[in-house]
Design a protein. Structure first.
Length: 480
């Protein structure tokens, strides 16, 4: 007898109940699927390059400074340096003359065919001994003469070893009255005796003039003090916390030349210029290593190559601010960007976006930083998902992998440096509008357009290279 399996007929009630359970289960699955659209994404993080920090290629700037020094200022400084007794000979035994030469009125200086003409008003107190010494018996009489006159000197001028140096030559001596003594009731001229004696100390007068000009026109301490101030980082924008740092490396100077009643020369400063974001940077200037180099010509133009440095941390903060309050959607799917992080890998910029919404997690994009000349913005070109991120999105959130959302995200991946550039330009103009670093010294100039050069990535920063052209001149008028 064979076994049989009997299929008892099911009641309508049982069929309806099972059908209801199946329908309910399907409905729950559908509802669960529709109500729980949030997905997790765990893309692999592209690790930053672990190479040693790169040294960015900062092109040096040349700031050329024409300097004009009025002869009147040289005259004033020389008069301060040269006062009172200029020469004194107290020994009357060697040549029967004892002499003291003093400056009794201000020295005058003027341009004479490209040389400094100095007129020195002098007062001479001369004691002249007359007599004989025979058979051990001295028979002398001493005559005292007080005279005044003018010595004329001519000086060649050059700038050497930070100083304005002169080579002075004694040209003439003109007495306001003829030197004479009374002998036997008569006035006897003794010019033929006095003038040769005066010429014996002409080299000392020449050296006194040279020393006075050299000491009063010593630029070294003034120039180095000015460079110390220039090299101190200056905050250009408090809001963005940007700083300008200038690092002087070399100085140049041309020969001094006369033009009307002024001496003109050109000085040039070779330096590196950087703009940095963040805390106040330290100064890099070492005044002990600066050397003044002679050159034949320097143009009066500024060719400033400025390096604008945005650390990845600071740039990330700016981009995060851009995404604040922004929502990206496709149909019912929505996300917001909570945080942005930047770093470099293989010459590209990696942009990490922390997402919240229909997709939770971090996605990674790569692109190349570029500069928009019109808007003055740093932006990222050819932005695309990292391969692993894209494959994850195609599986979990195909809508986010599409170009529409990516384009919306890309439009927020930029930050402006316009304010930084304009603030930097205004900051520089403060030093080019009759700026007086010391009394009697005035700086004037112009600044042209700011031109973008290129962008370079380091392992810690986005470095933008910018060029500024202009002119500058320095005049010395009323030096104290």
């Amino acid at each position: 007898m064979k076994n049989r399996i009997n299929f008892a007929p099911q009641s309508n009630h049982t069929i309806i109940l099972k059908t209801y359970y199946k329908f309910s289960l399907l409905l729950v699955l559908i509802l669960f699927s529709n109500c729980s659209t949030t997905s997790k994404i765990a893309a692999l993080k592209p690790e930053p390059d672990d190479a040693a920090p790169l040294v960015y290629e900062n092109s040096p700037s040349i700031i050329n400074i024409p300097v004009s020094i009025r002869l009147k200022d040289i005259e004033n400084q020389t008069n301060k340096a040269l006062t009172g007794v200029i020469y004194e000979d107290k020994n009357i035994e060697d040549d029967d003359v004892q002499m003291q030469i003093s400056k009794y009125a201000p020295i005058t200086i003027e341009n004479l065919n490209g040389k400094i003409k100095t007129v020195l008003p002098l007062k001479a107190n001369i004691k002249y001994r007359i007599g004989t010494d025979k058979f051990g018996i001295a028979l002398y009489s001493v005559q005292e003469i007080n005279l005044n006159g003018n010595i004329t000197l001519l000086s060649d001028v050059k700038l050497s070893n930070w100083k304005m140096n002169t080579k002075t030559e004694f040209k003439s001596l003109d007495w306001n009255e003829t030197p004479s003594i009374m002998m036997l009731g008569k006035s006897v001229p003794i010019t033929y005796l006095i003038n040769p004696t005066i010429k014996l100390f002409k080299s000392k007068i020449e050296r006194a003039i040279d020393d006075a000009i050299s000491n009063s026109m010593d630029f070294k301490s003034n120039v180095l003090d000015a460079l110390d101030k220039i090299a101190t980082p200056v905050q250009m924008d408090e809001k963005f916390n940007t700083w300008l740092r200038i690092v002087p490396t070399e100085l140049y100077s041309t020969d001094a030349k006369f033009k009307n009643e002024a001496i003109n020369l050109s000085m040039g400063m070779k330096c590196n210029m950087e703009t940095l974001i963040g805390q106040k940077p330290t100064a890099k200037f070492d005044r002990s290593k600066i050397v003044l180099k002679p050159v034949t010509e320097i143009k009066d133009e500024i060719a400033a190559n400025i390096v604008a440095i945005s650390t990845y941390a600071d740039a990330s903060a700016l981009l995060t601010k851009n995404f604040s309050g922004q929502e990206f959607s496709s149909g019912s799917k929505k996300i917001t960007v909570q945080n942005v992080s930047l770093w470099q890998k293989n010459g590209k910029m990696v942009i990490a976006l922390d997402l919240l919404g229909s997709i939770n997690g971090t996605i990674y994009l790569t692109g190349f930083p570029l500069y928009n000349e019109t808007t003055k913005e740093i932006y990222f070109d050819k932005l695309d998902y990292v391969l692993d991120t894209k494959s994850k999105l195609l599986k979990a959130a195909n809508w986010l992998a599409q170009g529409v959302i990516l384009n919306k995200i890309q439009s927020n991946c930029k930050y402006s440096i316009k304010a930084n550039l304009e603030e930097g330009k205004l900051s520089m103009m403060k030093y080019l509008k009759n700026y007086s670093p010391t009394p009697g010294v005035f700086v004037n100039g112009t600044i042209g357009d700011i031109m973008f050069q290129k962008i370079q990535l380091t392992n810690s920063s986005i470095v933008a290279f910018i060029k500024i052209n202009g002119t500058v001149n320095v005049s010395v008028n009323g030096l104290k």
